[in-house]
Ligand binder design. Structure first.
Ligand SMILES: [Cu+2]
Length: 136
């Protein structure tokens, strides 16, 4: 009985530390999840398979680990760290509420390793969340 109570307390404590981003529609196109410092971010591209030289969209959802600090704004960019260049286009990010965002206008113009940079601004602070993808 005492053990059960302890287990319940532990579960509640860990639930406060983690959160699950609400990004619907993942049956066919599974989202990638990144556990960052203040946020957990889930994202997927449309189309799922990125084609070199063709525009694509990134859908993402964020949740705040502390359960409170919702982002003020989100910016999405990408670059090739080894080549020291970015994309040739700027992205436009729109919010659809519930911590969901859509970034449009991305294009990877060459093969190699690209890195997404998600900038999450909240209460005057910015958290940079990165994720790598290799295009062949
Ligand atoms: Cu390059």
């Amino acid at each position: 009985m005492k053990d059960t109570f302890f287990f319940i307390m532990l579960s509640m404590a860990s639930a406060a530390w983690a959160c699950t981003p609400d990004l619907p529609g993942g049956a066919a196109n599974k989202a990638q999840t990144i556990d960052a410092k203040k946020y957990v971010l889930a994202y997927r591209t449309q189309p799922e398979k990125i084609v070199i030289g063709q525009h694509f969209v990134v859908d993402l959802a964020l949740c705040a680990r502390d359960g409170a600090t919702a982002p003020d704004s989100v910016r999405v960019d990408a670059h090739m760290p080894e080549h020291r260049h970015g994309m040739n286009y700027k992205t436009t990010v729109t919010s659809s509420g519930k911590g969901r965002y859509r970034a449009e206008g991305l294009m990877f113009h060459m093969p190699g390793r690209w890195e997404y940079v998600f900038e999450v601004r909240a209460a005057g602070a910015t958290e940079r969340i990165t994720a790598s993808v290799v295009l062949q």
